[in-house]
Ligand binder design. Structure first.
Ligand code: MOS
Length: 747
């Protein structure tokens, strides 16, 4: 068993509910987002999205577009300059196959089929309209039923691995009671407030990009691949993101087209997607159909948990929703089976979207658990506790930490779960509305992507800490600085933090809920490196009160170096540095998890979400009146920002349960609600009561910080909790999300 890390000594910064350091810049408009950059001599690019979903483009009215006085260039497959990389290759870990006008084929509606450049955005937009494409369209398949399911070959990004543990047939056979239910979740599209945007500028064979990115250095490598230049020739500036949600972790085709246009014209080029274009080449959460078969013995213990997920992907690339992963690590079933199947459709390639896998998977699993509990005549919380996994089901690994039981109990207590009638349709409020209570369990893994960081202690006693990965709006700019300030023993206002530029140490990926853990560990190590160097200087300097301290451990606090356990001997950083010649000290650090830790331990954040709904018995209008979520995610660096992340996730869970869905026109294959008028998300009036509890959890294994991650888990569990509450209010079990009025009216 690997050594457990020593819990680190946190200073006064971590654990404080510090407000966002970038908040004022954002709300006053001082923060510069990618599309705010307009270098001199700029050209505007607009791409034309395909209006068929399958077939070929047979004709463009290139002459008409070219004749527009503001249009400078029209680029179609007929005249598109060569790129060095293969558009069908996937050059980095997180890559899509891209449509960059390599031929005249159309593989999904919304695919870029031409690019128009103009002196103004209006001219380029009008030029694209004038292209008036003609098509040879073929019949399309856009719904799960339209394709033939196949077994997904696991391995690699987007090809999830199933799992079998125990004898599933024996588990089914041993069941005293069983359910066999099928749930459906729709395709959903990330719609960050900031749409995708890029400003591309070449200088010889060097490329500078203003582009929002969740993975700056990895994206440099991808862009470099397509243009046959070394990755270090690409600079990505991404200081602020208006949301990412997974969509901005992967370079999209339109970005490569903009770079190509800049190279072709020798001018900087700006391209920004419209809201409608966000329903195209930007990834999405694919539709799933999930069959859950469960059995229990006479005590309510699961004898079998069998979860088969079917999800859609494009015809030309792989990303399948890892939805049945949700069942791999949550309940202690005698036998477990998790299966992923795929269908290929005429749609854009899906991708990771906030809580990929677990959001959709737990929606189905947690509703099925509710159905099983009801069949057993058990309270849903009691049923989950009956099947609580003390070790990871399937692998038998111990959890690095797991305070899920506390989440259940604290959440239930705060919600007032006690006394909930087992049967549905039993509660009404004073206005006559049906009231229902439901719950769901949440889990999300805590991966770490490797990151590097640098810390510089300046002779004036202030510090600069740096790592490339961007703050996508979640508050990393603040919580990472809190970690760094503690590692350096400085107050937060003495520590400047720099991120969002690819020339900085590689900050890895702001994704997988792992950014604080990964970049935070790197920053912590960098700060500790500086303090170690400072200790060496002081210990060997006869003029220092710390002289001769030898192997004693030094502690940095309030800008002073102390000997551990001996507060009588200390010296200010500034004095140590001044006597040493007045130069700054620089340290570096890495955020990595030794592989043996992952082999030894199962690592997940956990949570429990409780929902109350009120439903008009005649009109079936549904309101989520209360949501209480209790989450255990290791150490919380900034309670204010963590709570905000968890609330955001729970609101997204409400959105998943009741609002979000794209609908395809089955003749054209187009998305009929490709805008925020037709694609519904909750507004303030839809979110009535929202409460987050962060449950204390010490984790000595997950990383030196004990940080797990809070970015995605808020969605997980919430969807099922709401679905279950709707059943509890009405007795109607709706097995298709989002649940809408018409579902209740017709059920
Ligand atoms: Mo998240 S879907 O890893 O940005």
């Amino acid at each position: 068993m690997p050594d457990t890390v020593q819990p680190i000594r946190f200073g006064s910064n971590s654990g404080q509910p510090v407000s966002r350091r970038d908040g004022i810049a954002k709300v006053t408009g001082a923060a510069t987002f990618s599309a705010d950059n307009s270098p001199a001599n700029l050209l505007h690019a607009v791409y034309l999205p395909a209006t068929i979903a399958r077939g070929r483009v047979t004709h463009f009215d290139t002459a008409a577009a070219q004749a527009h006085p503001g249009v400078t260039h029209v680029i179609t497959p007929a005249n598109r300059p060569d790129v060095q990389g293969d558009p069908e290759a996937k050059p980095t870990l997180f890559s899509f196959r891209v449509e960059i006008l390599q031929d005249d084929s159309v593989r999904y509606a919304g695919q870029p089929i031409a690019l128009v450049l103009g002196e103004t955005l209006e001219a380029a937009t009008e030029g694209a309209r004038l292209l008036a494409p003609q098509y040879a369209a073929e019949p399309v398949a856009t719904d799960l039923d339209d394709g033939a399911p196949f077994d997904i070959e696991p391995g690699g990004f987007g090809r999830p691995q199933g799992m079998v543990h125990g004898d599933i047939d024996a588990g089914h056979a041993a069941a005293r009671q069983a359910i066999d239910v099928t749930y459906e979740t729709p395709a959903q599209y990330h719609n960050a407030m900031e749409t995708h945007a890029i400003v591309a500028e070449w200088d010889g064979d060097r490329l500078t990009l203003d582009v929002p990115s969740q993975a700056l250095n990895m994206s440099c490598a991808a862009y470099a691949y397509f243009f046959g230049i070394p990755a270090e020739n690409v600079t990505v500036r991404s200081p602020y993101l208006g949301g990412g949600f997974g969509s901005k972790a992967i370079p999209i085709g339109p970005n490569i087209l903009a770079i190509l246009a800049a190279r072709m014209t020798g001018r900087p080029v700006k391209l920004m997607l419209t809201r409608q274009q966000m329903f195209g080449p930007t990834g999405h959460r694919p539709a799933t159909r999930q069959r859950l078969r469960m059995g229990i013995d006479a005590t309510g213990a699961l004898t079998a948990l069998d979860h088969e997920s079917l999800s859609a992907s494009s015809r030309f690339d792989d990303f399948f929703e890892p939805a049945s992963n949700a069942s791999q690590g949550l309940y202690a079933a005698g036998a477990l089976r998790s299966v992923h199947k795929g269908v290929r459709l005429d749609i854009g390639t899906p991708g990771p979207m906030r809580a990929p896998g677990e959001a959709s998977g737990a929606a189905a699993l947690e509703c099925a658990m509710d159905e099983m509990a009801h069949a057993a005549g058990m309270d849903p919380l009691e049923f989950r506790l009956r099947n609580y996994a003390e070790t990871e089901p399937g692998t038998g690994k111990p959890f690095s930490s797991k305070a899920l039981r506390d989440c259940y109990l604290q959440g239930a207590e705060r919600f007032g779960w006690d006394g909930r009638p087992l049967d549905p349709g039993q509660m009404r409020d004073e206005a006559g509305l049906l009231v229902g209570w439901g719950m769901g369990t949440a889990l999300f893994p805590c991966p770490m992507f490797a990151a590097e960081a640098r810390a510089t202690l300046r002779p004036d006693g202030t510090a600069l800490v740096e790592t490339s990965a961007a703050d996508m709006g979640q508050g990393a700019w603040t919580s990472l600085a809190q970690i760094a300030a503690d590692s350096l023993g400085l107050p937060l206002d003495k520590v400047a933090f720099n991120a969002g530029h690819s020339s900085l140490p590689d900050g890895g990926v702001a994704g997988g809920s792992g950014h604080t853990a990964t970049a935070g560990t790197a920053l912590h190590e960098a700060g500790c490196d500086v303090i170690r160097q400072l200790g060496e200087i002081a210990a060997t300097d006869p003029a220092s009160p710390l002289h001769g301290a030898g192997n004693a451990r030094f502690v940095a606090r309030d800008g002073h170096l102390f000997i551990e356990g001996d507060d009588s001997r200390s010296e200010p950083f500034t004095d140590i540095l001044a006597r040493a010649g007045g130069a700054a000290l620089t340290g570096s650090g890495k955020g990595v998890r030794p592989p043996e830790v992952g082999q030894e331990f199962a690592m997940s954040s956990h949570g429990a979400v409780f929902a109350e709904v009120r439903i008009d018995p005649e009109l079936c209008q549904m309101r989520v009146t209360r949501l209480v979520g209790a989450f255990a995610a290791g150490r919380i660096i900034n309670p204010k920002l963590a709570e905000s992340q968890l609330m955001g996730g729970m609101i997204w869970g409400t959105s998943f349960a009741l609002h979000e869905k794209v609908t395809h026109d089955r003749t054209t294959g187009r998305i009929v609600n490709a805008d925020l008028a037709g694609y519904h998300v909750p507004v303030n009036a839809d979110v009535l009561g929202l409460e987050v509890i962060t449950v204390h959890e010490d984790d000595l294994h997950v990383n030196v910080l004990g940080v797990k991650g809070v970015g995605e888990i808020g969605i997980v569990g919430t969807v099922g909790a709401i679905g279950n509450a709707i059943w509890h209010a009405t007795g109607k079990r709706i097995r298709r999300f989002p649940i809408r009025i018409e579902d209740l009216l017709t059920a």
